[in-house]
Design a protein around this ligand. Sequence first.
Ligand SMILES: [Zn+2]
Ligand SMILES: [Zn+2]
Length: 345
Amino acid sequence: MKALTLPTVGEVCVKSVPEPKLLNPQDAIIKVAASAICGSDLHAYRGRIAHIAPGVPIGHEYVGVVTDVGAEVRRVKVGDRVTGSFFTACGQCWECRRGLFSQCPNSAMFGFGPDLGDLPGTQAEYARIPYADNTLIQIPDGVSDEAAIFVGDVLSTAYFAVERSNIKPGETGVVVGLGPVGLLAVELFFLMGAAQVAALDVVPERLQSARSRGAIPVLADASAVREIRALTGGRGADAVVEAVGSETGLALALQLVRGFGTVSSAGVYTERAVPVSMARLFAKDLTLKAGKANVPAVASTVMELLKHGRLHPEHLFTERMPLAEGPRGYQMFADRQALKILLVP
Ligand SMILES: [Zn+2]
Ligand SMILES: [Zn+2]
């Protein structure tokens, strides 16, 4: 089958690799209908994580149809249209039994190489899905593949971050960083009752996208703190979602939030150490949350929002291309010429 691989940093290739087979009785095989390129794929692309073996597929966002299941798979059936979490979770350990799937010690991430479980990725024609009953979610009729693919990572990540920001009806939410996660966080803040949402970025098109979703666009420069104070009677935001994953994004989020407020970080940090001002947290009685989205715990809620038409994440795709043009897609994505790219095998 055809798959995208990363033989050297910064160079994605299309390669012929063996089709995956069931390795464990809890596995399923899916025929991939589409995969997507994600901001976190760029961490591998730019060499920020251990090298992925040449010939191993990359990618972790996927939608497809189940073609084979192991003897112990119960909930998922051959022929099901599915999407799934970007990481696997066993469903049986101490953490999984308590719903803390993102902390499963048996977990692996698709397509991130030896650092993160050495599980082949999904930018390919077929993929093996470990712990299929727990990792996959069936797609209801009426939800398109292009919408459902967001459940596996981006939309669940935005939902998880907004839910943990403790936003209450009538409050002010702020989003720092308007990539796909940040733009969906704007919409989720409104769904969870925010009276106003301010959205920060430095790219004019992204600020415009936030405005079209009802947010107040704010240029993320030296005047941003003053602007947010002006919107909130001088207090600062009740809840801030940080969707950048950088030291400056986090520092700005901590400046924008009011006393006793929450900063909920959805950004992926690959640096070992990012300075956080504990003096600021202490002085302002802040809550700071960070973490990988607990996708299996929130996926069914998020899928309901799609099923009932409350969100349309498919509009975030700015490019659709054949899988074989993946190398060009990565180049465009890395150069910020596309917001989100769909790859169709
Ligand atoms: Zn992703
Ligand atoms: Zn587990």
